[in-house]
Write a protein that binds this ligand. Structure first.
Ligand code: PLP
Length: 402
């Protein structure tokens, strides 16, 4: 049946693709070995350094984020070597299983899935590894399954305090271009990202930003690799080319998305996400519903995980919202499946899109008979008005005519 109006894609990625990016990709496919390609190649490779805030190389793969997870590991870690995965949620857990399938010994640092990485726990664990067996610490910047953001700079400080040489690998698949990310300042060794979240593109590109130290170590360590090999990529990348067929039309979109992020300004992009996160959490608390992330310092500007009261099925609720309002909300994943639904407020997103999203949730709660207090939408609207990004224009009442 035809549904009028645009679908509301409020999952925490893939996110909305702006029309400007769609138009930019609407191009004839070009010869990726021809003379014109290098300009596009250089533009996106350098452009991504400005988004990661890194001075080292960025590798671009034609793959989903999972490919970039694998790439980070196989370029540095050999089967049988040890890494620590901090299990902040479902995605950290998936990355750990991937490492296990590669024969890497992945040790878990557990959490309750309700916060980001605890820097003190990292410091304790690394201090105990006196033989420096741990090759890498793997953390998720923004855990998309729960809505918790890790303070990566504090984790780096904890590693320094423990004087441990482990490489720092950070999955910022849903964090990049939504929340501040400082690759060089935080001395990240490998950052992993994807196209379909803050970068506002369709799925299909993934990224590894790589430090000089990681690049050096990768030369004589890691697992057997070919498609994911950084060395194979870096040669042709130097001249703006790729060793195999790149996702050319997605690269046109990427160039446009990078321009758009800089036109708005990365700090303004982060502030917009922060404000939408605050408004969403205020709506949830007004409804009397618990937010999955319980650490105030770690609440995510990208998405909000909301818990339904005991006995109410979050997936049935999401199905009802989809059926009635044509809005997709994120499902609960792993051990919080059915308990939590997730509201994505990331990427190409504005105040009215947020208000419509929250209205869809509040109407859904009401129609599905889920116990809640009314007024969440109103509270969020109040916050957005109070904390408008521009000073409000005061409009005087018009004088009576005639
Ligand atoms: N890591 C995080 C934090 C994610 O949010 C996702 C996907 O949503 C992934 C990894 C896996 O990426 P993909 O599904 O693109 O392979």
């Amino acid at each position: 049946m035809r549904k009028a109006g645009r679908h509301f894609l409020q999952i925490p990625g893939p996110s909305h693709v702006p029309d400007r990016v769609l138009r930019a990709m609407d191009m004839p496919t070009m010869d990726h070995r021809g003379p014109d390609f290098a300009g596009l190649g250089r533009r996106v490779l350098e452009g991504m350094q400005s988004i990661f805030r890194c001075s080292g190389p960025v590798i671009i793969y034609p793959s989903s984020g999972t490919g970039a997870w694998e790439a980070a590991l196989v370029n540095l870690v050999a089967p049988g070597e040890r890494v620590v995965m901090v299990e902040t949620g479902h995605f950290a857990s998936l990355w750990k299983h991937l490492a296990g399938r590669l024969g890497i010994h992945a040790q878990t640092l557990e959490t309750d899935w309700r916060r980001g990485v605890d820097p003190n726990a990292v410091e304790d664990l690394l201090r105990r590894d006196t033989s420096h067996d741990i090759k890498a610490l793997c953390i998720v910047h923004n855990e998309t399954s729960t809505g918790a953001t890790t303070r990566v700079g504090e984790v780096r400080a904890a590693m320094d305090a423990a004087s441990h040489p482990a490489l720092l690998m950070v999955d910022t698949i849903s964090g990049l271009a939504c929340a501040p990310f400082e690759f060089d300042t935080w001395r990240v060794d490998v950052a992993i990202a994807g196209s379909h979240k803050g970068l506002m593109l369709p799925p299909g590109l993934s990224f590894n930003a790589v430090s000089d130290r990681a690049l050096e170590i990768s030369k004589d360590s890691g697992s057997p690799r070919s498609y994911w090999s950084w060395a194979e990529m870096l040669g042709p990348n130097d001249r703006g080319y790729f060793p195999y067929t790149p996702a050319t039309n997605l690269l046109y979109g990427l160039a446009e998305a990078i321009d758009m992020l800089h036109e708005e300004g990365l700090e303004a992009v982060f502030a917009r996400h922060r404000r939408h996160g605050e408004a969403t959490r205020l709506a949830a608390s007004t409804w009397g519903l618990e937010v999955q992330c319980q650490e105030p310092l770690d609440v995510s500007p990208v998405l909000t995980g909301v818990r339904l009261p005991d006995g109410y099925d979050a997936d049935a609720f999401r199905a009802e919202v989809l059926r009635r309002f044509d809005m997709s909300l994120g499902n609960g994943l792993g051990r919080i499946a059915g308990r939590v639904f997730r509201i994505g407020h990331l990427g190409d997103f504005n105040d009215l899109m947020l208000m419509a999203t929250l209205a869809g949730v509040e109407m859904g709660l009401r129609l599905a008979g889920i116990p809640h207090q009314r007024g969440g939408v109103d509270a969020a609207m109040g916050l957005l008005c109070r904390e408008a990004s521009d000073p409000p224009a005061t409009i005087a009442p018009a004088r009576a005519r005639g």
